[in-house]
Design a protein around this ligand. Structure first.
Ligand SMILES: Cc1cc2nc3c(=O)[nH]c(=O)nc-3n(C[C@H](O)[C@H](O)[C@H](O)COP(=O)(O)OP(=O)(O)OC[C@H]3O[C@@H](n4cnc5c(N)ncnc54)[C@H](O)[C@@H]3O)c2cc1C
Ligand code: FES
Length: 285
């Protein structure tokens, strides 16, 4: 078991959630809802330390808990943002909650994006659907520390315009001169003024240069499979590709063994891995 020194000092019992209050919700798409959550007090929020890419377990009392990335960066700590795609029991109950409701929060859990070793490099973000959530954390963190990074390019794809989360901040991303944003959808749609095409194909057209670059990608498994092939074609090496795994978690602290792949536990050794690290794991994904 790996110790996680960043666990809340309140959580001597790692299973004990803190109480969070939902201060705002955003209906992102028909099946994704965002929750902005604050912990106990303003002081507690300031004391709460986490890194981009870390996750939390959100619980609905009497129902259960599920894992979500904290998709607001630690440079913006008025609240913790979680975007939840409806999948089953816990996520459906979460979707029923609104401003003022309470949730249990066990966070921060897991490792984080290696943003220190990315300094000075060009960064290519490639996100599909809800997979944009973890990328958003790192992207906003890098924009808040803009001078530390080279060129920033974002490729974000969804099935249709209606499936695109974070639509309220996309105009700003598109307008910013210090980053390039490309949006794509799978099929033509009325009024859509951006790209049409599958993410790996659009990526090949964008043709980011691998020299001094890191690609960070997250999305559905089929997208990841073809995106990795496209990145390889463009010359990216396995240690230049970073992704996050969504293997089911339970305890979140390396105790129950639910999330293991070979000798690694996704909850403490992940969820962030380079492709080089993933290739060393047994093929159990
Ligand atoms: C590290 C990590 C980060 C995550 N971040 C996010 C996030 O930011 N936003 C988000 O919406 N989701 C995220 N997830 C996935 C989320 O945890 C699951 O969708 C959630 O646990 C489903 O809970 P449920 O009780 O509603 O569904 P369940 O009733 O448990 O499952 C409903 C259906 O979905 C399938 N399913 C559930 N979870 C997964 C999964 N992880 N992978 C594949 N199939 C699954 C089940 O097999 C079942 O068919 C993350 C998962 C992990 C491990
Ligand atoms: S979720 Fe229990 S060991 Fe990882």
């Amino acid at each position: 078991m790996t110790e996680n020194p960043q666990r809340s000092p309140l959580a001597a019992n790692p299973y004990l959630p803190e109480i969070g209050t939902i201060v705002e919700t955003i209906q992102e798409t028909h099946n994704i809802k965002t929750f902005r959550v604050v912990l106990g007090s303003e002081e507690r929020m300031q004391d709460f330390h986490y890194e981009p890419g870390q996750v939390g377990q959100l619980s609905v009392f009497g129902i259960g808990e599920a894992t979500f990335v904290i998709n607001s960066p630690p440079t913006r700590k008025e609240y913790l943002q979680f975007s939840v795609m409806r999948a089953g029991e816990v996520t459906t109950k979460l979707h029923g909650l609104s401003k003022g409701d309470r949730v249990g929060v066990r966070a921060p859990l897991g490792n984080h994006f290696p943003y220190e070793s990315m300094k000075g490099k060009d960064i290519v973000f490639i996100g599909g659907g809800i997979g944009m959530a973890p990328l958003r954390t790192l992207l906003l963190f890098m924009l808040d520390n803009r001078a530390d990074y080279g060129k920033i390019r974002v490729l974000y794809g969804a099935r249709s315009p209606q499936d695109m989360a974070f639509s309220y901040e996309l105009p700003e991303w598109l307008e910013r001169k210090d980053m390039e944003t490309v949006l794509t959808i799978d099929r033509e749609a009325e009024g859509w003024e951006h790209r049409v095409g599958l993410i790996p194909n659009v990526l090949l057209e964008m043709a980011p240069k691998p020299r001094k670059a890191v690609a960070v990608t997250c999305g559905p498994p089929i997208m990841i499979k073809f995106t990795l092939q496209a990145l390889k074609k463009l010359g990216f090496k396995d240690n230049q590709i970073v992704t996050t795994l969504e293997k089911r978690m339970k305890c979140g602290v390396g105790i129950c063994g639910r999330c293991n792949i070979g000798t690694k536990y996704v909850c403490v050794d992940g969820p962030v891995f380079t492709n080089e690290q993933l290739l060393e794991l047994p093929n159990e994904l």
